[in-house]
Design a protein around this ligand. Structure first.
Ligand code: NDP
Length: 276
């Protein structure tokens, strides 16, 4: 079952499972059970963040899973309050301790915080964490093209991924194209638009035609778009459902139908604005 999830090769040679579980807004006292169940279903990639305040529970689930550490891909993210070289190094250590891990697979700058203008300095700390082997891969999240342009112009290491909001209603074609062109893999967060796209008639019709659920059809669209995808659910039946997307394929016509759903509607915050 585990082998059904394709791996994507990053620009530093590491490989990440194309499908993972997101745990935003999963309370600390529930997250261990949710992650343990996902690991049983076959998920091997978990996306958390310092800001989600559930890293300890994620670590607890990994430790008690019985799986070798190297089989589980763990992403966490730097909180917005910890930008800056020294602050980022300190914050990473806190996250690592909470997760109970010797290394993290992927460490992301959660938001660029453009008005603070510290993300290049923060990235220097990320480069050190990578050099020291503490973060196997480093990347960014919520970076728009101008933020990426500045980072690429002023640093050595190219981010491996850019985790951004992508779903049928916000397809971000220009930003994703920019990422691919610069060897940065797009990673789709809020891939189901937090459930908001699941009743759309184009999607419900396609789901019925394939004998799949709307969520499965949307997640399959992400897979066929070629980027990484990290749906969140705390509902066991949905965690399982969201994993069962490798036994069918959308046609070219189906993929084209998705294009008409792009309304540019965000469900989350705007990365152009500094937010805390
Ligand atoms: P999603 O698009 O993954 O949607 C989650 C919502 O959809 C939940 O309410 C969940 O309900 C519901 N859902 C999940 N599966 C199904 C299904 N099969 N059928 C119907 N409803 C379903 O939104 P998120 O915003 O949580 O994004 C996913 C992950 O992306 C986050 O957990 C986080 O890891 C990451 N993220 C990163 C951000 C960043 O700034 N880098 C910002 C936002 C998210 P229920 O849980 O009740 O089953």
């Amino acid at each position: 079952m585990v082998d059904t999830v394709p791996r994507i090769r990053l620009n530093d040679g590491a490989e990440i499972p194309q499908l993972g579980l997101g745990v935003f807004q999963v309370p600390q006292d529930e997250v261990a059970e949710v992650v343990r169940y996902a690991l049983q279903c076959g998920y091997r990639s978990i996306d958390t963040a310092a800001g989600y305040q559930n890293e300890e529970g994620v670590g607890e689930a990994i430790a008690s899973s019985g799986l070798p550490r190297e089989e589980i891909y763990v992403t966490t993210k730097l909180a917005n309050t910890d930008h800056g070289y020294d602050a980022a190094l300190r914050a990473f250590e806190v996250s690592r301790q909470k997760l109970g891990l010797t290394y993290v697979d992927l460490y992301l700058i959660h938001w660029p915080m453009p008005e603070r203008d510290l993300y290049v300095e923060t990235w220097r700390a990320f480069e050190k964490l990578k050099d020291d082997g503490l973060a196997r891969s480093i990347g960014v999240s919520n970076f728009l093209i101008p933020h990426l342009e500045k980072l690429l112009a002023e640093s050595e290491v190219v981010p491996t991924v850019n985790q951004i909001e992508v779903h049928p209603a916000l397809q971000q074609r220009e930003l994703r194209e920019y990422c691919w062109d610069h060897d940065i893999v797009p990673e789709a967060y809020s891939p189901l638009a937090r459930g908001e796209v699941l009743q759309h008639p184009v999607i419900t019709e396609m789901a019925a035609r394939h004998g799949k659920t709307p969520a499965q059809v949307v997640l399959r669209w992400h897979i066929q778009e070629g980027h990484i995808v990290i749906p969140k659910s705390t509902t066991p039946s949905r965690i399982k459902e969201n994993f069962e997307i490798f036994d069918f394929e959308l046609s070219e016509e189906d993929m084209t139908l998705f294009e008409s759903l792009d309304s540019g509607a965000r469900t989350g915050l705007d990365p152009a604005v500094t937010n805390e």
